[in-house]
Design a protein around this ligand. Structure first.
Ligand SMILES: Nc1ncnc2c1ncn2[C@@H]1O[C@H](COP(=O)(O)OP(=O)(O)OP(=O)(O)O)[C@@H](O)[C@H]1O
Ligand SMILES: [Mg+2]
Length: 335
């Protein structure tokens, strides 16, 4: 595969839960793609289904109360059709995860070195290296700690997670996610528990490392500044479906979906333009979502046609929006 080929391809993904109060239909036909070597952002307000999408990719949505439909293609295989043990094989090797809270992802009773070496032992990644000797594994661990700019890697190897600062722990997690050279890193709000400047430092570090190694990234974050700075393309999710997709620069220059426009307008500006407007209302109840466009009840431009599912309209190169407002645009725009 070459740079630019699809690596992860989610097609028409639906997730439903059945509980005491009936069925909730949360993910409603998600389509999303991460190409090889690409850094993709996934944004949207709380509860819109970002983490759920990732859980579906990682095969974490199983059980009698959950129904997952659609296709999730990764490296030529439909993961939803794969048995669980093969998915486990994939997770941690070809797809790694970085979660929001480093403390919850690290084991407090083992040293950083023990945990990092365990990850290395569970390798290899796509570099296809054979099982490493103890000395070579140690060398690999020290090298990756050095790469994530942790001072004195020998000492870090011997410390326990509690002895490190939050920022240092996050760097350890990045080291673990990178060390076996996966194809894809999924980062769900990495560093949100940290000070904003440290979070941004860490995301910048992650960007430079994945760029150097050609690893693809799916980054979920509420920080639009980070999206602007670290991604190539962006998906905006609203209430379980993709509202807009585009190249990061186009997206920030000309957001199309009324929801996206509201989302960008709600970012506080440093120019003293007063309190941001935000978007009135809340995401719908997934037990009884609005028919058609799920954003319609909050949308200032809603019209009768919004009672039907919105069209997926091409509004520029690689720029799509799920909104009737653009449906009447001349076909020439899609060329
Ligand atoms: N196991 C589950 N059973 C029932 N509903 C669930 C389950 N997991 C998630 N949901 C629902 O799915 C919706 C989307 O959740 P998700 O965690 O994907 O949101 P998110 O976009 O990641 O939000 P945030 O930005 O707050 O992390 C929520 O309304 C949540 O209540
Ligand atoms: Mg989440």
């Amino acid at each position: 595969m070459n740079t630019g080929d699809p690596l992860l391809r989610i097609r028409d993904l639906h997730v439903e839960f059945t509980g005491f109060r009936g069925t909730t239909h949360v993910l409603n036909g998600v389509n999303l793609e991460v190409r090889r070597g690409e850094k993709v952002g996934l944004v949207g307000e709380t509860g819109c289904g970002k983490s759920l999408t990732v859980k579906a990719v990682l095969g974490l949505l199983r059980g009698p109360n959950v129904r997952v439909r659609g296709e999730i293609w990764f490296g030529g295989r439909n993961l939803l059709a794969d048995p669980a043990h093969e998915l486990r094989e994939l997770r941690g090797r070809r797809i790694t995860m970085i979660f929001q809270d480093p403390m919850a992802s690290l084991n407090p009773v083992f040293t950083v070195g023990d945990q990092l070496l365990e990850v290395i032992r569970r390798g290899p990644g796509r570099d296809g290296a054979r099982r490493l000797s103890a000395g070579a594994a140690e060398e690999k661990a020290l090298a990756i700690l050095h790469e994530v700019a942790l001072p004195d890697p020998e000492r870090i190897m011997r410390t326990y997670p509690v002895q490190l600062s939050g920022g240092m722990r996050q760097r350890v997690l990045i080291a673990m996610a990178l060390v076996n050279h996966p194809d894809l890193i999924i980062a769900d709000e990495p560093g949100t528990a940290l000070d904003v400047t440290i979070q941004e430092q860490i995301l910048r570090l992650m960007r430079s490392l994945v760029e150097a190694k050609g690893i693809s990234v799916l980054l979920i974050t509420h920080n639009l500044g980070v999206v602007r700075e670290t991604t190539d393309r962006v998906y905006v999710m609203y209430a379980g479906s993709i509202a807009e997709e585009g190249r990061t620069a186009d997206f920030f220059r000309g957001p199309k979906h009324p929801y996206t426009q509201g989302l960008l307008a709600s970012v506080p500006k440093l120019t003293g333009e007063g309190v941001p407007r935000g978007i009135d209302g809340m995401i719908p109840d997934y037990g009884a979502p609005p028919p058609g466009c799920r954003f319609a009840p909050r949308c200032a431009f809603a019209q009768p046609r919004c009672q039907s599912p919105p069209p997926w309209v091409n509004v520029g190169e690689g720029h799509h929006v799920a909104c009737v407002l653009y449906d009447a645009e001349p076909a020439a725009r899609s060329s």
